[in-house]
Design a protein around this ligand. Structure first.
Ligand SMILES: [Zn+2]
Length: 258
């Protein structure tokens, strides 16, 4: 909450100063509007860009990375396409991190178990991945996180500590739920936009242009297009001498509770 609190404190301080001034001389009404708009823009921007860590600390890369390690993350599975992704990762001997949705784990428990058997790391990506996640109450977000944790624990025996909010959206309510349930928020600094961009070549170019040591790449294990791009990304990373590691290894954070 640090950045959000600082900006809000700053805006309230300016507001108080303007109110005091308005008793002494005229303060134009649109100065107040401008101040409010500034606060609003900062809040909306902070909600939508996970890299800012505006409401809660987020882990989006390892800035101190000295070796050429990088992490691949897959959201929104398990999904029938996950099997293809697992095959490609195995072929290239790469370990990744999968942020799974509770309802998808219920649909494809065997695929979920295979992700773990293949030695990849698991994180929580909410239960419903609802489009309304950003307007959920703290209680509802908490319920989503805990429900998915229970499903994961029943199938894997592990209590996950990593959470990635749907759409990378954060706000004070989501932040509180994450703090209450004691999770690390894992973001990214290389968003492939593989669910938005149609051409595989364009997705690949976008990812390549943002590749950096210590980086976290965001992909989805939900389409053949993403699986095809993955193979190209792996070849590129190999040619650039990168080592692919799960997020817990890259960030030196525990993925599971002991
Ligand atoms: Zn997602």
């Amino acid at each position: 909450m640090l950045k959000h609190k600082t900006i809000t404190f700053f805006c309230v301080s300016i507001l108080v100063m303007m109110l005091v001034l308005s008793f002494l001389s005229e303060v134009k009404w649109w100065y107040f509007l401008l101040l409010f708009l500034f606060w609003l823009v900062m809040t909306v921007w902070g909600s939508s860009d996970i890299r800012l860590g505006y409401f809660i600390k987020t882990y989006c890369n390892n800035q101190d990375e000295k070796k050429r390690r990088i992490a691949l993350t897959f959201d929104d599975g398990p999904h029938p396409m996950t099997e293809k992704v697992l095959e490609i990762l195995r072929k290239h001997n790469a370990k990744a991190t999968f942020f799974c949705i509770g309802t998808q784990i219920e649909k494809y428990p065997d695929i979920f178990k295979r992700i773990i058997e293949e030695g990849h790391t698991i994180g929580n990506h909410s239960y419903s991945h609802s489009n309304s996640f950003g307007i959920f109450s703290t209680e509802k977000v908490t319920e989503e996180i805990l429900h998915t944790n229970t499903i994961i624990e029943q199938l894997s025996g592990s209590k996950v500590l990593f959470f990635r909010p749907p759409f990378g959206v954060t706000n004070p309510r989501i932040a509180k739920a994450i703090l209450d349930t004691k999770h690390y928020v894992i973001g990214w600094n290389n968003r492939s936009l593989d669910t938005v961009i149609k051409e595989e070549a364009k997705i690949l170019e976008r990812v390549k242009s943002k590749v950096k040591p210590g980086g976290i790449i965001l992909l989805h294990d939900t389409s053949l297009k993403s699986a095809n791009v993955l193979e190209q990304i792996l070849l590129f990373l190999k040619s650039e001498n990168y080592t692919i590691v799960p997020v817990d290894e890259l960030l030196n954070l525990p993925a599971y509770e002991n």
